[in-house]
Design a protein around this ligand. Sequence first.
Ligand SMILES: Nc1nc2c(ncn2[C@@H]2O[C@H](COP(=O)(O)OP(=O)(O)OP(=O)(O)O)[C@@H](O)[C@H]2O)c(=O)[nH]1
Ligand SMILES: [Mg+2]
Length: 224
Amino acid sequence: MAEIVRKTDPGSVYEIDMNSDVTKYFENLAKKNRELFDKYNIKAIDIMGSIGSGKTSLIENLVPRLKDKYKISVFAGDITTTIDADRIESKGGKVLEISTGGECHLDALMIAKALARIDLNNTDLLLIENVGNLICPASFPLGSHKRVVVISVTEGPYMVIKHPKMFIDADVVVINKIDLAEAMGVDPDKIAEDAVNMQPRVKVVKTNLKTGEGVDEVIKAIGL
Ligand SMILES: Nc1nc2c(ncn2[C@@H]2O[C@H](COP(=O)(O)OP(=O)(O)OP(=O)(O)O)[C@@H](O)[C@H]2O)c(=O)[nH]1
Ligand SMILES: [Mg+2]
């Protein structure tokens, strides 16, 4: 068995403790964001997932299906580019790009500042595309009502068990690119089983976001 150095080992390589005040600061801001969402009757959905898993593709599929039912705003979190924002706009979504300038996640302060820039009275569904990775976004609640995690079979079979925090806090897990499952030698049902074992209340949906397969089930699973 390989040796593991854990964060909790005394004198280990990880001696610096996380600054719990910083964590509390962002958690409080997330609560304030939630209060604002509720005051304006806005459903806020945090869409997280690894790089290239299909977060933007999911939003591209959701916007046309939901735009007659909801007044939708989208926050597209990206490190530098407006590529995702442009894609979503081309589907008819109203998008505010949040460029994190290198940060690997969105945080509640970025959301609070972005909320000041949109017409809250004219929004009743807010889709937030978080920055692509399965680590940092898990530790930064934004105040959203639901957390959706998008992973794809092309990332291999172990995404869920390697990233427990992301999946323990998830409400919906989307397993995407099922059209490529056979070529990848990855079983989407096994990934689904891992997700339910990690968080028994989670809803899991398998999708092909190139064709739109499974998107109606995602909408149902989120409760929209
Ligand atoms: N074959 C296949 N390709 C897909 C599917 N869903 C998305 N893709 C492709 O995967 C690539 C990445 O998709 P995106 O939607 O940009 O992924 P993302 O999670 O938003 O990526 P980042 O924002 O860069 O982290 C694109 O080229 C999509 O066309 C799918 O179900 N099947
Ligand atoms: Mg994207």
